[in-house]
Design a protein around this ligand. Structure first.
Ligand SMILES: NC(=O)c1ccc[n+]([C@@H]2O[C@H](COP(=O)([O-])OP(=O)(O)OC[C@H]3O[C@@H](n4cnc5c(N)ncnc54)[C@H](O)[C@@H]3O)[C@@H](O)[C@H]2O)c1
Ligand SMILES: O=C(O)C(=O)C[C@@H](O)[C@H](O)[C@H](O)COP(=O)(O)O
Ligand SMILES: [Zn+2]
Length: 370
């Protein structure tokens, strides 16, 4: 999808959370640099964890770079691609694999893939030997802009998304936007849901630019991808630096997720995470407009950007089914669940809603805003 742009200069964003500081390297064609980055973390051995789609495309290049930098490379661990692998069973197999390879606390896991791989390999690294290094190498746009940064790792349970996990910050992140050239168009589109979320949270100008020039349009060049990924990482960095453990400000990163995660589970993962976030964001925004928490112009502005990317602006799954999953939301407190309300573009507020209020919000969120 992207044209090679020799002017896509690499960028570095520094993340400084309470538990660990690290650099996020964003570039075009910088996968070759992985070995130097991993060696810089002090790791002497590394095991690439990847999945069946991404492994054949990029694992050899990653391992060659590691070996060239003097890092001892173990046999890679490969699991089946897709959200269904975010399970305790697959996690257990990966942990056994690390033990079989004899990884020690001097070594590193390389998470090579999209958000599923980042969440799985990150959780392996958090648990194995009570914690070894992980270097995140995101290959989907969603993983570059969101999941590789900030240290949330998780697997799903049948009861819902990400219900078992840990905060475990990476030791470094390397995002090569050239890897996006192999991403199918519908998956690139899906990832745009989290990009739009970040723009709504913190960058009104970016939201309007995305509406004018959707990121999934043909011909988006590497320079723009480096710019947009970098800006998104900065937005997320500003939040996780201030609140690593989601005691306050970080809860805002859940914008669109209360309803979005429920749609994702209720659709049996036939819809991608970013698409569900986009739908959840639009539904919460429309409901907020109906409640008078934001203006109808704010709701329309957000929806225009989502629609410009051909992402879903709502869902018609039964409210009861969505409520079933929202009741298992990890941000539940007693009979209430946290919701993130878009008050205006660039300003959101975390509030609590009872399950009855959530049901009303879901119904309001289905209605057109006049
Ligand atoms: N930890 C966090 O902070 C965080 C943030 C957002 C999302 N997430 C999680 O991330 C997951 C969604 O991430 P995702 O959309 O990247 O899913 P994914 O990892 O399943 O990747 C989506 C699809 O794209 C393929 N793919 C990835 N990179 C590719 C490439 N370069 N070329 C060709 N195909 C490629 C994958 O094989 C997969 O089929 C969800 O599980 C979500 O819960 C976590
Ligand atoms: O990093 C965060 O914090 C986020 O909330 C980012 C979200 O995009 C991501 O989907 C996250 O995994 C959701 O968090 P959860 O705690 O609701 O599982
Ligand atoms: Zn998300």
């Amino acid at each position: 999808m992207s044209e090679i742009n020799p002017c896509a200069a690499p960028r570095t964003v520094h993340v400084g959370t309470a538990s660990r500081s690290y650099d996020v390297h964003v570039g075009a064609g910088n996968l070759d640099d992985l070995g130097r980055v991993v060696a810089g973390t002090g790791s002497s051995r590394a095991c690439v964890i990847t999945e069946t789609n991404v492994g054949p495309l990029y694992a050899q290049a990653a391992e060659t770079s590691l070996a060239d930098a003097g890092v001892d490379v173990t046999d890679r661990l490969v699991f089946p691609a897709g959200e269904a692998s975010k399970s305790l069973a697959v996690l257990g197999g990966l942990l056994e694999g690390l033990a079989e390879r004899g990884l020690t606390r001097d070594d590193a896991v390389i998470a090579l893939g999209g958000g599923v791989t980042g969440d799985m390999a990150g959780l392996c690294a958090a648990l194995y030997l009570r914690g070894i290094r992980v270097v995140q190498v995101p290959t989907s746009l969603l993983a570059m802009v969101d999941s590789s940064v900030g240290g949330k790792t998780a697997v799903d349970l049948p009861a819902g998304k990400n219900l078992v996990g840990a905060f475990w910050q990476p030791s470094a992140v390397l995002a090569d936007v050239r890897c996006l050239a192999s991403v199918p168009h519908e998956l690139l589109t899906d990832s745009c849901g989290e990009v739009i979320k970040h723009a709504v949270l913190a960058d009104p100008a970016l939201l309007d630019e995305l509406t004018e020039r959707p990121l999934n349009a043909p011909g988006t060049d590497e320079g723009r991808l480096v710019d947009v990924v970098t800006r998104n990482v900065e937005i997320k960095r500003d939040v996780v630096d201030a609140d690593e453990r989601e005691r306050g400000l970080r809860q805002t990163l859940n914008l669109g997720h209360t309803i979005g995660h429920a749609i994702e589970s209720a659709s049996d993962f036939t819809l991608g995470h970013g698409s569900c976030v986009a739908a959840g964001l639009c539904m919460m925004t429309r409901a907020s407009a109906r409640r008078g928490w934001c203006t109808s112009e704010t709701a329309a502005r957000i929806e225009r950007c989502v629609a410009a990317h051909a992402l879903p602006t709502g869902c018609d799954l039964p409210a009861d089914l969505l409520l079933h999953y929202m009741a298992h939301d990890k941000k539940r407190h007693g009979g209430s669940v946290n919701i993130v309300v878009p008050v205006e573009v660039g300003h959101v507020e975390v509030r609590r809603a009872t399950l009855d209020e959530l049901r009303e919000l879901v119904e309001l969120g289905r209605e057109e805003v006049r």
